[in-house]
Design a protein around this ligand. Structure first.
Ligand SMILES: [Fe+2]
Length: 445
């Protein structure tokens, strides 16, 4: 029989142990909102493209560091819950990630998990879930792309960046109300203000909530996705970027550009994502290569810094001198930018005296903002771009926007909405695919 004193001592030590555990656990969570704190349940679930959008889709999520094994399951969505019997299970790649790499974050290890769903059927509504054991997400639906040209719709946001939870949430939610079936969403850089600050990423994910897990994201880096982790280190890409977005790796590019420069071809729409924060020359070859080898019906380029910058003192001269001639030459239809915290839509017409000037059109350029930070338009500066052939069609200030872009038959319909859900600006590009000839009509003056 055991000595009662022994039992008492054991009990006292055990209580000390529990207390110490609780203390260290809570210390790591000091100052965090409950929605920042990772748990065994998946959070920050987001879809991205990684391979052919008609047969593949990537999903990434986060848990606490105790979850060493994670899975994702996917099945063709059914009328009732029985579809889950047909689900295919994927084992996730799991990577441990220390938020404390950035000194202003809590020193906290979290686990990121990712899976690329493969061999999916085109144009099919799937349901997936992520998790393991007793900790699964809900089943979430998304549709694969068609394997041929067909009507589609997508959303584009300029910078979210500041007060993301308080003031960007109503923009992404109104965008979702306006275009719930959007096939994907372009976030044109400066998703957050402080690259590595986990509190801001937590806000970005909370503001969008389940929308991030349903719409497939095309994230673009901005200058605010780069920052030092401490005073002695160089600026580097947001430490969260690569763990939380599973993006295509372009092997032909310098590894520093990986997962910030990539392309997606969605139902004959080519989207080239650039990193306008640096190594621009290295991307020029990539642009030339992608555009010259593509027969896509529509060609779209997105990068953060505005090619025709509407805000005072901003000038992305390199893009106008080197990239714009490539956009001209290879018939880029649409260029989507951010950075300037204001709104400008303009276009480049075809330079020829013999062309009918009504609807004369080559490329549409848009700068927009979705977050609350707002700058003024420099109208004088906008005039200077006329020497490049740029013609401004619409400006906007002190307004948070989102854009819905629809592609249908021979038309690309561009619509800018305010956060109130009202249409602010619209243009329709019509293209003859056999000759490449395009016209534009500005729907709102
Ligand atoms: Fe910016």
């Amino acid at each position: 029989m055991k000595n009662p004193l022994y039992n008492l001592l054991f009990f006292v030590f055990f209580c000390f142990y529990l207390n110490a555990q609780n203390h260290s656990h809570s210390h790591k969570h000091d100052g965090l909102h409950h929605w920042e704190i990772p748990s065994k349940d998946p959070d920050r679930i987001i879809l991205t493209f990684n391979g052919d959008p008609s047969t593949k889709r990537a999903v990434t999520w986060r848990t606490d560091s105790s979850v060493k094994k994670a899975e994702a399951q996917i099945a063709v969505a059914g009328l009732n819950s029985r579809f889950t019997k047909e689900a295919t299970t994927y084992t996730a790649s799991t990577e441990e990630f220390d938020l404390g790499l950035y000194k202003a974050n809590n020193s906290l290890i979290v686990n990121y998990h990712s899976v690329v769903f493969e061999d999916l059927k085109p144009n099919t509504l799937y349901a997936y879930r992520v998790g393991y054991d007793k900790n699964w997400s809900e089943w979430i639906q998304f549709k694969t792309a068609n394997n041929s040209y067909s009507p589609t719709q997508f959303v584009y946001f300029g910078d979210a960046q500041n007060d993301i939870l308080s003031h960007w949430s109503r923009v992404i939610r109104m965008a979702y109300q306006t275009a719930p079936n959007a096939a994907f969403v372009i976030h044109a850089g400066d998703l957050v203000d402080t690259a590595h600050k986990d509190y801001e990423w937590a806000q970005w994910f909370k503001a969008g909530g389940f929308i991030h897990s349903q719409w497939t994201a095309i994230p673009v880096v901005g200058n605010h996705e780069f920052q030092r982790t401490d005073d002695s280190s160089p600026r580097r890409l947001s430490i969260q970027w690569r763990p939380q977005f599973s993006l295509p790796v372009e092997q032909s590019l310098d590894s520093k550009l990986h997962e910030t420069v990539y392309s997606v071809e969605y139902q004959d729409i080519l989207i080239i994502v650039l990193n306008s924060t640096g190594q621009l020359e290295k991307q020029t070859e990539y642009i030339k290569d992608k555009l010259s080898n593509s027969n896509a019906k529509w060609k779209i380029v997105t990068n953060h810094h505005s090619v025709f910058s509407p805000a005072e003192g901003r000038d992305f001269e390199y893009a106008r001198r080197v990239w714009k001639p490539l956009f001209d030459k290879y018939g880029v239809d649409l260029v989507l930018n951010g950075h300037d915290h204001t709104y400008a839509r303009g276009h480049i017409p075809v330079k020829s005296p013999n062309i009918n000037q009504e609807g004369n059109f080559k490329t549409l350029y848009v700068t927009s903002v979705s977050g609350p930070k707002q700058y003024k338009v420099d109208r004088e500066q906008m005039k200077n771009y006329e020497t490049d052939g740029y013609k401004n069609d619409k400006l906007g200030e002190q307004t948070q926007f989102f854009q819905v872009i629809s592609v249908e038959n021979d038309k690309l319909i561009y619509s800018a909405y305010t956060t109130l859900g009202t249409l602010y600006d619209s243009a329709i590009i019509t293209k003859d695919f056999s000759t490449g000839k395009k016209t534009i009509s500005n729907e709102i003056k």
